[in-house]
Design a protein around this ligand. Sequence first.
Ligand code: NDP
Length: 433
Amino acid sequence: QVRDPHQPEFMQAVREVMASLWPFIEQNPQYAEQGLLNRLVEPERVIQFRVSWVDDKGEVQTNRAFRVQHSSAIGPYKGGMRFHPSVNLSILKFLAFEQTFKNALTTLPMGAGKGGSDFNPKGKSDGEVMRFCQALIVELYRHLGPDTDVPAGDIGVGAREVGYMTGMMKKLSNSAASVFTGKGLAFGGSLIRPEATGYGTVYFAEEMLKHAGRSLDGMTVSVSGSGNVAQYAIEKCMQIGAKVITVSDSDGCIVDPAGFTPEKLALLMEIKNNRRERLATYAKELNLTYEQGKRPWHVPVEVAMPCATQNELEIDDARTLINNGVRCISEGANMPTTIDAADLFIEAGVLYAPGKASNAGGVAVSGLEMSQNSARLSWPREDVDAKLHAIMRDIHQNCVRYGQRGDTVNYVDGANIAGFVKVADAMLQQGVY
Ligand code: NDP
C-alpha cells in the first residue's frame, strides 16, 4: 500500500526494510497478524508547528518544525532533532522509522521518534540560535516528557542547542526532569555521549572485520562529514591503529594521504566546534587541498565510514570503492548509502553495515544517560564506554543471528529482522490500538 509516493526518503527506508522482512514473514506468518505491517509503517503521531522568532536585526523569522512520534511499542519516543534547511516531513519520517529498529537493536527500552526544523543554524549568532530554540520549545514542550518523548541532537543540533532547549523546557514544565539527552555534563549529561555515535561506528566495523578474520588495525579509512559523528569516528580509528585519510562537508572534501593525527583532529574540532568555521579553513591552515564539490569516495581505502547525511554514497561511488578494493562499510550517518549502492556492496562481498546497526551507539548512550538521570547518578567514563562497547558487540551478534546466509552475513537483513522481531513482539502483545 503506497500512501506516500511524494515522500521519497520515507519510501526508500520502508522499501529497504520490507525487502528484508518479506521472506522472514513468509516463514513466520504470526507477524502478518493484527495488521502489524500497516501499523508499523504509520507514525503513531506527527506534530507540525510554526516557530516564529526575532533575529538580531529585529525582524520576525518564521520556520516550520516537526516531531514524528513513530513508535512507543517498547518505550518512550526517543530520537534526535535536526536543524537543516533540507528538513521536511519525508526526511523526518524516514529517520523516525529507522530509529524504531535501531532503538530496538540497542536492547534498551526505547521507542522511536525524530524531529527538527528547516532552520539553518549556519551564520546565526548565539542569541539567534537561543531565541529560535526557545521559540521551538514553547510549542513542543507539551508533547515531551521523561516517560513520553525524549529528544536529543542530530545534524545542526549539538550541546549548545540541546542546552537552550533544555533550559526553556525546564522553565515551562516547572520540572527538572530530564527530557533531552546529549545535555551538558553540569546538568545531567553523560560522559561518552558526544563520542558515542562515532566510537560505536568504529566498534561495529571492528566487530565485522574480526568476524571475517581481519583487523581494523593498520587499515586505511575514508570518513565523510566533519561534524560530531565524523570527528569521533576519526578519533577512535586513530586509537585502534587505523589511518583516516579523508574528511568532508557539504561543499567538498579533503584528502590527506599522511592521515589524521591527534593534533590535526584537535584543530578540526577547534575550527568546526568552537570557531564554527568551515572545513575549507582547516584545509587552508594545514596547506591541504580542499576539493570543491567532491565527495571522498574516489580515494582507495579498505574501510569507508559515511558520517555526513542521507544518500551521500551513490552507485557510481560504490563501484569506485569496490574497484579500489574496499572491504568494509560502516555507516555513521543515517541511510547514507542508496539502495542500489548497498545492493552492489553486498553482491560484491563487501562487509556492509546499515546505520541502524552501526550508528546505534549514540542512542544507546542516550539510553544510558536516561538511566543515570533516573538514578540521579553519573557513571565514570570507562564504565559508559565499556557499556557502549558491549552494546555494539551485542548488536553485531544479533545481526549475525538473523543475517547469516551460508558463510556470509547480510547485515541489512540481520539488523532489520532483529529490530523488527523485538518491536513486533511488543506490538502483538499489546493488541491493536
Ligand atoms: P553534524 O551537524 O555535527 O555534522 C554533519 C556533517 O555532515 C557536517 O560535516 C555537514 O557539513 C555534513 N552534511 C550535512 N548535510 C549535508 C548534506 N546535505 N550534504 C553533504 N554533507 C552534509 O551532525 P552529526 O555528525 O550529528 O550527524 C551526521 C549523521 O549522523 C546524520 O546522518 C545523523 O542523522 C547521523 N547520526 C547522528 C547521531 C548523533 O549522535 N549525533 C546518532 C546517529 C546518527 P556542513 O558543515 O557543510 O553542513
